[in-house]
Design a protein around this ligand. Structure first.
Ligand SMILES: NC(=O)c1ccc[n+]([C@@H]2O[C@H](COP(=O)([O-])OP(=O)(O)OC[C@H]3O[C@@H](n4cnc5c(N)ncnc54)[C@H](OP(=O)(O)O)[C@@H]3O)[C@@H](O)[C@H]2O)c1
Length: 190
C-alpha cells in the first residue's frame, strides 16, 4: 500500500518503519511539505498532536478527498486524578477530522499502544480500529494483518470516543505503576 505520514515524530517514525518492514511504500513528511505526504498515500496517517489534526485536515481537505485518513491521535491531557480527555463527552478527534475533510474516509487506529511497541520485530498485537466506510475498514484491516497483527473492528466512527477514552484509561494505569497487559482476556465460552 502507499502510505503518507503527516508528522515526523515518535509515531511517524515508529509506524513508518513498521509499515516499511511490512513491504509498504511509506513517505514521511513534516511542516512545509505535508501536501507531499497527503498526495502520496492511499492511506494518510495523521501523527501530530490531537488539536493540530483537524486543523491540518481542513488545510489538506482537497488532497485528502478519496483517501483513507488514519487517525492515531489522542486528545489527552493531565488531570487531577490522571489523564483526561480534552474533547467533550461523545466527541472525538476522529469525528473532527471527518468533519474537516468530509470527502476522506477516516479510520481511528493505532492510538492505544506506545510508539515504542511498533519497533518490535514480533508484534502479534490485536489492533482495534473504528471505521464507517467498508472499503476503508477492509484496507486498514489488511494493513494491520500485514504487520503480523490482528485487526479488531470496534464498529463505525461513532465508536471512536471509546477508543480515545480507552487510551486515557490505559495511560492512567501505566503512570500509576500498573500494567494493562491481559486486561482484555477472551471469555472461556461465548
Ligand atoms: N507517542 C506515543 O507513544 C503515542 C501513542 C499513541 C498515539 N499517539 C498520538 O500520536 C500523535 C503523535 O504523537 P508523537 O508522540 O509522534 O508526537 P511527537 O513525537 O511530538 O511528533 C509530533 C509531530 O507533529 C508535528 N506537529 C506538531 N504540531 C504541528 C502542526 N501544527 N502542524 C504540523 N505539524 C505539527 C511535529 O512537528 P515539529 O517537530 O516540527 O513540531 C512532529 O513532527 C499524538 O496525537 C499522540 O497522542 C502517540
Amino acid at each position: 500500500m502507499k502510505i503518507g505520514i503527516i508528522g515526523t515524530g515518535n509515531m511517524a517514525t515508529a509506524l513508518g518503519a513498521a509499515w516499511t518492514r511490512a513491504g509498504h511504500d511509506v513517505l514521511i513528511r513534516g511542516r512545509g511539505s505535508l501536501p507531499e505526504a497527503a498526495k502520496h498515500g492511499d492511506l494518510v496517517l495523521f501523527a501530530v498532536p490531537a488539536p493540530a489534526a483537524p486543523v491540518l485536515a481542513a488545510e489538506l481537505a482537497d488532497l485528502l478527498a478519496g483517501r483513507i485518513v488514519l487517525d492515531c491521535t489522542n486528545p489527552i491531557a493531565p488531570g487531577p486524578s490522571g489523564p483526561m480527555l480534552t474533547v467533550p463527552p461523545g466527541s472525538s478527534i476522529a469525528a473532527q477530522i471527518a468533519a474537516a475533510a468530509p470527502d476522506a474516509s477516516v479510520v481511528k487506529a493505532f492510538n492505544v499502544v506506545h510508539s515504542s511497541i511498533w519497533t518490535a520485530d514480533d508484534l502479534a498485537l490485536t489492533v482495534p480500529f473504528c471505521a464507517s466506510d467498508t472499503h476503508a475498514a477492509d484496507q486498514v484491516a489488511s494493513l494491520i494483518a500485514s504487520m503480523g497483527c490482528v485487526p479488531a473492528s470496534c464498529g463505525d466512527l461513532s465508536r471512536a470516543p471509546y477508543l480515545e477514552a480507552t487510551t486515557a484509561l490505559a495511560i492512567g494505569i501505566w503512570f500509576a505503576g500498573g500494567s494493562v497487559r491481559g486486561i482484555f482476556p477472551e471469555p472461556a465460552q461465548r
